[in-house]
Design a protein around this ligand. Sequence first.
Ligand code: AMP
Length: 254
Amino acid sequence: MNIFNNVDTWKRERHSWQGTATSLGFVPTMGALHEGHISLIKQSQKENYKTLVSIFLNPTQFDKNDDFNNYPRSFEKDLSLLNELGVNYLFYPSYDELYQDNYRYSCRENELSKILCGANRTGHFDGVLTVVMKLLNIAEADRAYFGEKDYQQYLLIREMAQSFFLKTNIVSCPLIREKDGLALSSRNLRLSSAGRKKAPAFYRILSSTLSLKEIKKELIRVGFKVEYVEEFNNRRFGAVHLENVRLIDNVPHK
Ligand code: AMP
C-alpha cells in the first residue's frame, strides 16, 4: 500500500492514471478501524479498480476536547489491516496539511445539520462537511463510501455533493452491528466490560414498538443518559451516553 501525507504527491499519483478506465473508490475514516469500516472498503473494492482510504482524526468536528483526546487511536493496527485487505492507497495527512487556512473557511448547512446530532453539538456538522469537502476535492474519486451508522451525516454529505455539483458519487453502505445488536463504533472500545454488556439494550429499545416517550423512559431506567430520540424521514434516530461514551444509532421506522 502506498501512503501519502501530502496533497500534491497524491495528486501527482492520481493524475498519472486519470483519463484511463481505472476507477477510484474512496473511504474516509477517522481510524481505529473495525468491521463497519471494512464493509465500506470491501464495497469500494468490489465497485472500483482502485481504493483510497483516508485516516484523519478531524478536530474541527469535535465539540468537546475530552472526546477528541479520548478518541481511540490504533494507527499500526489500522495499517496492517489495510495492507491485509489489499487497499491500494492510504491518505494520512496532518492537520496543517489539510487545514492550510487554519479553518478560516468552512462549509455549512442550515437545516438538517441543526437537528438530531446537530442540535446539541455546536459546529459538529460544519466540521464534518468541511473536512469531507476537502477530502473529496483531494481524492478526485469516482465514488465515495459512507456508512448508514451515521445516517444524518450521509444525508448531509449526499446533499452537499449535489448542491456543489461535485463529481464524486456518494454511496451509502448498510449499518454493521455486533451479534448482540450494538452498532459497531470506534468509541465502543472505551466502554468497560459492564458498559459493553449494557450497550446493546440501546438498539433493542430503540427498535422496539414503544412510543418515543416510552423509549426515552426505558433507556433512562436501564442506565443511559438520553441526548435525543426522534423520528425523521421514516427513521428513528437516537443518541445516548453511557460511562461518558456517546453512542448513536438509527433504525427504519414506518
Ligand atoms: P468514522 O471513522 O467513525 O468517521 O467512520 C468512517 C465511515 O465508516 C463513516 O462513513 C461511518 O458511517 C462508517 N461506519 C462507522 N461505523 C459503521 C458501522 N457500524 N456500519 C457501517 N458503517 C460504519
